[in-house]
Design a protein around this ligand. Structure first.
Ligand code: ADP
Ligand code: MG
Length: 321
């Protein structure tokens, strides 16, 4: 493109909240044949909320206290097994900044539960957290986190599958008492996120332009597919269970047959994947790291602006041909 055309395109983009980092990105965007969306915070709002707490098996009476939670007649606590599962999970998650963790802590506080101070908190990226709560090790996370700690997650299999089919992120809660060899499964907590209102329209408009639309996420296959279905992405185009450090490899794999992929993401996790994509696009309230690694920044939090970026590129370069 001529410098003048580049300037016009860049300006029109900027007026529409689409910032191109230079003229060659503006030229490349029109040649994108595949758009790969990150799920959380990109297709979804990224604002998790605690939706379910399920007790599985025998939950020890660890003394969950609910504010004003005494039965007027008997003077006994009205706290339930679910309250105890949530109290332990939320106490452990106090050490985590993850949106899944924030939702669990907020949900527990909203229910008036008295949280304990966790010790020896450990974050296991892509899997969950562990911490010592009331002297016992508490684990909150996915099936692998529990298996690696020698806890069998299968008694919660049906509950997990039901919640995941609803598109929720279900997390197992387990406890290993001090000195014990084996841990015990206590229950399941689930968080849900909502799909952005324009996500489906954006996917539809990209597909109308004969662009393949894919989704990549660290979340499990079932939850990922439920969200994909809501926005109109084909199940075979979903890459689930991708660890943060493997996202860029997944993008490279997608591009290995010569595809020109635009990766759209918001998180710190996404920066390496944005960097290896033919066009890396950071969306909205994305982190500075993502914006730094990206070729295009979408100022608004709107997936429709992905279509806009491609249209601006297309229109700018066609006019000057
Ligand atoms: P995403 O790509 O959706 O941001 P992550 O890679 O951060 O997801 O996490 C992948 C999975 O690991 C989550 O779906 C969840 O099962 C588990 N996980 C991660 N962090 C936590 C946490 N703080 N508490 C419980 N589970 C977690
Ligand atoms: Mg994310």
């Amino acid at each position: 493109a001529t410098p003048a055309a580049t300037m016009v395109g860049t300006t029109i983009g900027a007026q529409n909240g689409v910032l191109f980092k230079g003229g060659d990105v503006l030229e490349r965007a029109k040649d994108v044949d595949t758009v790969v969306f990150d799920k959380t915070g990109t297709l979804t709002e990224g604002e998790m909320e605690l939706t379910d707490v399920v007790a599985v098996g025998e939950v020890p009476d660890g003394g969950a206290v609910v504010e004003d939670g005494t039965d007027a007649a008997t003077g006994e606590s009205t706290a339930t097994a679910e309250d105890e599962v949530l109290r332990l999970a939320a106490s452990a998650e106090r050490g985590s900044e993850h949106p899944l963790a924030r939702a669990i802590v907020d949900g527990a506080e909203a229910r008036g539960l008295d949280l304990a101070d966790p010790e020896d908190f450990e974050n296991v990226p892509g899997h969950g957290v562990t911490a010592t709560v009331d002297g016992a090790e508490v684990l909150v996370g996915n099936r692998k986190l529990l298996r690696d700690a020698g806890v069998d997650p299968s008694p919660a299999a049906e509950t997990m599958e039901r919640l995941e089919r609803e598109g929720k992120t279900a997390m197992l809660v387990a406890r290993v008492p001090a000195g014990a060899d084996d841990g015990e499964l206590l229950g399941v907590v689930a968080d849900a996120d909502t799909v952005k209102p324009t996500a489906k329209d954006a996917v539809g408009q990209l597909r109308d332009r004969a662009i393949d639309v894919m989704m990549i996420t660290g979340d499990n296959e079932r939850t990922a597919r439920a969200v994909a279905e809501q926005v109109g992405i084909d199940p075979e185009n979903v890459r689930a269970g991708v660890l943060p450090e493997d996202k860029s490899d997944a993008v490279e794999e997608i591009q290995s047959d010569g595809r020109r992929a635009m990766m759209v993401g918001d998180g710190v996790n996404d920066a390496p994947a944005l960097a290896v994509a033919y066009v890396g696009t950071a969306i909205g309230s994305g982190t500075d790291v993502a914006i730094e690694a990206a070729d295009v920044t979408l100022m608004r939090d709107d997936p429709l602006d992905v279509v806009k970026a491609i249209r601006v590129s297309d229109a700018t370069l066609q006019k000057i041909k």
